[in-house]
Design a protein around this ligand. Structure first.
Ligand code: PLP
Length: 370
């Protein structure tokens, strides 16, 4: 007996039409899965665990209530951009392009530069959207393995750049999911070796205490990508690209005209006027990061990697990774089980508030001792 699906003439017809209509690389993709997390302690998505002081929430409600939703948003987001420029000390001569999350900006850059034969190149493991978006666009993607310490394998990078001639190189600084910064000298060697654009993705800049923004003054093939998500505004979906007018003018042509909605513009402008609140939260999270690393390193079963982000990568013996993940889920704790080269047994846990981290440490201890 054939199944209902493949005996249903409509379904067969649809799948034939789909085969004719949809690109194979799209049909072969899996959709981005976000696990159901209701009732769970969510330490898998690098979110900021803190809410805002009540007085700030009260003002925020008034700001949002005044948004004119019958009007289109300001397509140039002038007021928000001015606030962003002040808060982030963006140098004169550097322009800002906004995206609906920095994910959208990765898409904009790859779309605008889709000269089909020229690949996108990135280290591996790194942020998955670089590869996913290349697939959407049918672009070749070159993944260059990091070395055993998850540093850039600079000779492999230079060799791959010379051989495959990418016109877009993505480097996450610090890197996700490994959590480390790469040597600035290596990044400069890459910038000098390629005749394409180098996108330095500083999604975790607030937790790294350093920025590669100065490289934009030194090289004309560098742009810097940032996001407000990891800082504490993930729900607003705001990413931004910093670069020269020459680059950003071109990318702006493939940006959806009203990609940043009015609530996000007004809400983020307000939030950045209270940036000191976020700075304090970041300080607390960095102190908690150190406390978590120290506590995890006391367990012989774990290998714990250094972090310049708001998450920590650690490794359990690979035959135990399934039971560790399952054991934590049973205790209501969600962390990310990593997949990919050199990531056997590796997990990524987001740094939470102190009591959340205590819960995680206690549960992990129980699970490891079983
Ligand atoms: C989280 C993340 C992003 C995407 O952030 P948005 O929420 O889309 O702004 C981009 N790059 C890296 C390296 C990330 O970890």
């Amino acid at each position: 007996m054939s199944s209902v699906l493949d005996s249903d003439p409509a379904a067969v017809a649809a799948s034939t039409v789909q085969k004719r209509t949809l690109r194979r690389e799209i049909r072969e993709l899996n959709a981005y899965v976000v696990p159901d997390s209701s009732g769970m302690l969510k330490l898998d998505a690098m979110e900021n665990p803190y809410s805002w002081p009540e007085s700030m929430r009260e003002q925020w409600r008034r700001v949002l209530a005044d948004v004119a939703v019958n009007r289109y948003p300001d397509a140039a987001a002038v007021r928000f951009k001015e606030q962003l420029r002040r808060t982030m000390a963006v140098p004169d001569g550097i322009e800002i392009l906004l995206g609906n999350g920095s994910d959208e900006i990765i898409q904009i850059i790859q779309l605008a530069s889709a000269v089909r034969q020229r690949p996108v190149l990135a280290p591996d493991p790194s942020f998955v959207m670089y590869r996913t978006i290349a697939r959407w666009l049918g672009r070749p993607f070159v993944a260059v393995a990091l070395d055993a310490q998850f540093s850039l394998d600079i000779w492999a990078m230079l060799e791959a750049i010379g051989r495959t001639e990418p016109n877009c190189v993505f480097i996450a600084s610090p890197n996700n999911p490994t959590g480390n910064l790469f040597a600035t000298q290596h990044i400069e060697q890459i910038i000098e070796a390629t005749d394409g654009l180098v996108v330095i993705d500083e999604a975790y800049q607030a937790f790294a205490g350093m920025s590669l923004m100065p490289l934009m003054a030194k090289y004309d093939n560098v742009v810097i990508l940032r996001t407000l998500s990891k800082l504490g505004l993930a729900g607003l979906r705001l990413g931004y690209l910093l670069g020269s007018a020459d680059w950003l003018r071109e990318f702006d042509k493939v940006r959806m005209p009203y990609n940043i909605n009015s609530f996000s513009q007004a809400g983020a402008e307000f939030a950045l006027q209270h940036y000191d609140v976020f700075e304090l939260q970041v300080q607390t999270l960095c102190a908690e990061r150190q406390r978590l690393i120290t506590a995890l390193r006391q367990r012989d079963a774990l290998e714990v990697y250094p972090s310049d982000t708001n998450f920590i990568m650690f490794r359990v013996p690979s035959d135990r990774s399934g039971s560790v993940h399952g054991g934590l889920v049973d205790r209501g704790i969600l962390i990310k089980k990593l997949r990919g080269p050199r990531l056997d047994g590796c997990f990524r846990v987001t740094v939470g508030a102190p009591e959340q981290n205590d819960m995680f440490l206690a549960s992990l201890g129980t699970v490891l001792e079983r």
